[in-house]
Design a protein around this ligand. Structure first.
Ligand code: NI
Length: 123
């Protein structure tokens, strides 16, 4: 297979691994906002994580399954929330005061950015 093929395949793996890790943080942040009063939510260094978890050489099937598992856990958490709990807050290190709701809205546009990126890499 061509080197361009491998290059695109690697990019795809990296994006999926990134989405998996974002979902892991999302789960943690949402559950902390639900359970604690205005927790401080630390940012994470995406580049460092990519190196540490070796995004470039992951098994895409495994990573997809891990993403799915975390996404499902986030959805379970969200669907169990009472309406008022959507407005529970956290203090995000970069974005300041956020709510579970605003965090989820942000997640949706983040998904779209990366979906577009994947679609383009498949052209
Ligand atoms: Ni991203």
């Amino acid at each position: 297979m061509s080197s361009r093929h491998w290059q695109r395949r690697r990019q795809f793996c990296e994006v999926v691994a990134h989405l998996r890790d974002c979902e892991e943080f999302r789960l943690l942040r949402c559950s902390r906002m639900r359970d604690e009063d205005e927790p401080v939510l630390a940012t994470f260094d995406q580049e460092a994580l990519a190196r540490e978890r070796n995004y470039a050489s992951v098994n895409v099937g495994v990573v997809l399954a891990e993403f799915e598992d975390r996404r499902e856990r986030v959805l379970r958490l969200l669907s169990a929330l009472e309406e008022a709990q959507w407005l529970r807050t956290g203090l995000h290190e970069e974005d300041g005061l956020i709510t579970i709701e605003s965090h989820v809205r942000h997640a949706i546009s983040h998904d779209l950015v990366h979906l577009r990126q994947i679609a383009e890499s498949l052209r």
